[in-house]
Design a protein around this ligand. Structure first.
Ligand code: ISL
Ligand code: CA
Length: 562
């Protein structure tokens, strides 16, 4: 085998700037705040930072609606501060990856303003304009953020497509000038010193050009037309072209990760096969859809932990020979991992946060840590609809009211899977605003900041933070973490999460008890003599003896035999 790619042993940390740290007291996190905390990232030991969007934006979707790709929104700071951040990170050996949001722009982007000027505009074709059908939308496609995916432009009488908010019109990737403009922008950022891109919903950029109706869903006026815009006819062509036009001939170790809702293992292999030159890795969505019912993301049906484990193990096995995957429990769009997949009851919170970390970081793939995850931050105790700020939740609630849908079910869904769970301020210390701001934070701080915060964990033996730090160090030290083969153990046990990684003579054993009750495990004599690399409970024997072991509730361990 040729040398494994550098990112197989790397760990990425995601910053959602709005909620990370505020340096000027306006209650909104900013670049100045990130600059104050770069040592937190260096202490943790991560290799790459992925920064959610900080470009100029009307903030309809917290920056995922961009009106200028080549400037920083004053809310977050200046280009000079970004240069400073790149330098501060590079000084510490950390790369910076920017968010690339090019399925759509803001409706305030000059490209769209020009496109909307009229049917004869030279940029008309840069977006997706269609005539209506019988004085209604061109088709039945629904927006991810409720309602139709088409917005009527009164002046021209035509509609434009927006898969997300109406302030996020979709670019027309069939148009070569659009593609060249995007590639030029990407090169500009690489020239400025950034190390790659996380590509927002990048598997949506090639749409089925018929714009036919999606199969109707009884009782729904607008439906998710997923199969007509995800992984579309020219997607591989576009990504290969992007790779060639942007990265070819460039020195350095870049990182590209495609966010791809609905991607299958078969497609992921194609997207990430190095020989095809598309992206380094994908974000798949299978494991973050397991607690969702068939109708929508708000239809929360509770967690089937066996299904969760089997899903992740299936991805491990499917990409064993070819392809590379990202590993993540949460991000700015998902509820907090420990509340969703672990147990955030104070009695089990710490062990379960460490168990989730152990399970994920022991796998094959590139692990991602979402800000606050390294502290075991939890969901926010949402009680009412007006506590939510996110456009997705706000629009959903409007629809629930307008259509007389079940309010209690909607509130439960919003509390369980609403995106603002991940967006409450990072808890730096125990003070009232958790050290996030000297002003009023844009979203309230979780009340558990009194005991759950960075100050009480950094440098404290046995803390969640120190556990993450240890796992990241292990990936750097032992190649078996990066490239070892994966074999699932006890695949039908809903509580024990266990697997083996193998590389040459090295064998790694990862075991976690995903339940409150202690569990006895028969490991078999083959593991006698294995060294305990990391455990979540203090005082366990350093070396495994023949026979069984007993894991306390939510305890996890990593053993190495070589
Ligand atoms: O989960 C989803 C589909 O399975 C959708 O909510 C959505 O496609 C997905 O989360 C895409 O997210 C990204 O694009 C959005 C933005 O709001 C998110 O913050 C971003 O991560 C539009 O830019
Ligand atoms: Ca600020």
């Amino acid at each position: 085998m040729s040398d494994p790619a550098w990112f197989t042993s790397a760990v990425v940390y995601q910053i959602y700037p709005r909620s990370f740290a505020d340096s000027n007291g306006d209650g909104i996190g900013d670049l100045g705040g990130i600059l104050q905390h770069v040592d937190h990232l260096a202490d943790l030991g991560v290799d790459v930072v992925w920064l959610s969007p900080i470009y100029r934006s009307p903030q309809a979707d917290n920056g995922y609606d961009i009106s200028d790709y080549q400037d920083i929104d004053p809310l977050f700071g200046t280009l000079e501060q970004l240069d400073e951040l790149i330098a501060a990170l590079h000084d510490r050996g950390i790369k910076l990856v920017m968010d690339l949001v090019v399925n759509h722009t803001s409706d305030e982007h000059p490209w769209f303003v020009e496109s909307a000027a009229g049917p004869d505009s030279p940029k008309r074709d840069w977006y997706i304009w269609r005539d209506g059908r019988d004085a209604q939308e061109p088709n039945n496609w629904g927006s991810f953020f409720s309602g139709s995916a088409w917005q009527l432009d009164e002046a021209s009488g035509q509609y434009y497509l927006h898969l997300f908010d109406r302030k996020q019109p979709d670019l027309n990737w069939e148009n070569e000038d659009v593609r060249e403009a995007v590639y030029a922008m990407m090169r500009w950022w690489l020239d400025r010193g950034v190390d790659g891109f996380r590509m927002d919903v990048i598997n949506f950029i090639s749409k089925e050009q018929s714009f036919a109706d999606a199969p109707p869903v009884p009782g729904e006026r607008y439906v998710n037309a997923f199969q007509l815009f995800a992984n579309g006819p020219r997607i591989h062509e576009f990504l290969a072209e992007m790779h060639e036009r942007v990265f070819e001939g460039r020195e350095g170790k870049h990182l590209t990760v495609g966010e791809m809702p609905g991607v299958t293992t078969e497609e992921a292999i194609l997207y990430t096969d190095p020989a095809r030159g598309e992206v380094d890795m994908v974000f798949q969505f299978e494991h973050v859809s397991i607690d969702q019912g068939p109708t929508s993301k708000w239809d929360w049906i509770g967690l089937d932990r066996l299904a969760l484990k089997q899903s992740l193990h299936r991805w491990q096995t499917a990409l064993a020979q070819q392809g590379w995957n990202s590993l993540y429990w949460d991000n700015h769009d998902q509820p907090r991992a420990v509340s969703r997949f672990g147990d955030d009851d104070p009695a089990y919170w710490e062990q379960s946060a460490k168990a989730l970390a152990t399970i994920l970081h022991g796998m094959r793939g590139t692990p991602y840590v979402y800000q606050g995850e390294e502290l075991g931050m939890t969901n926010y105790p949402f009680r009412s609809a007006d506590e939510h700020r996110d456009v997705e939740a706000v629009n959903h609630w409007k629809r629930v009211l307008a259509e007389g849908l079940d309010q209690q079910a909607a509130l439960t869904g919003m509390a369980k899977v609403g995106r603002d769970n991940a967006r409450t301020p990072v808890q730096w210390d125990a003070s009232e605003q958790a050290g996030f701001t000297t002003g009023e934070p844009w979203l309230p701080v979780n009340p558990n900041r009194s005991w759950l915060n960075a100050v009480s964990q950094v440098g404290k033996d046995g803390s969640v933070f120190e556990h993450y730090r240890a796992l990241i160090r292990l990936r750097h030290e032992h190649p078996v973490f990066a490239t070892g083969d994966f074999t699932g153990l006890m695949d039908n046990d809903p509580e024990i999460w266990a697997y083996v990684r193998t590389l040459d003579r090295q064998r790694l054993l990862v075991v976690a008890n995903c339940s409150r009750a202690p569990r006895e495990l028969e490991l078999g004599d083959g593991w006698a003599g294995a060294r305990l690399l990391l455990g979540s409970v203090d005082g366990r024997a350093d070396v495994l003896r023949p026979g069984s072991i007993t894991l306390a509730g939510w305890e996890s361990r990593v053993y190495l035999l070589d």
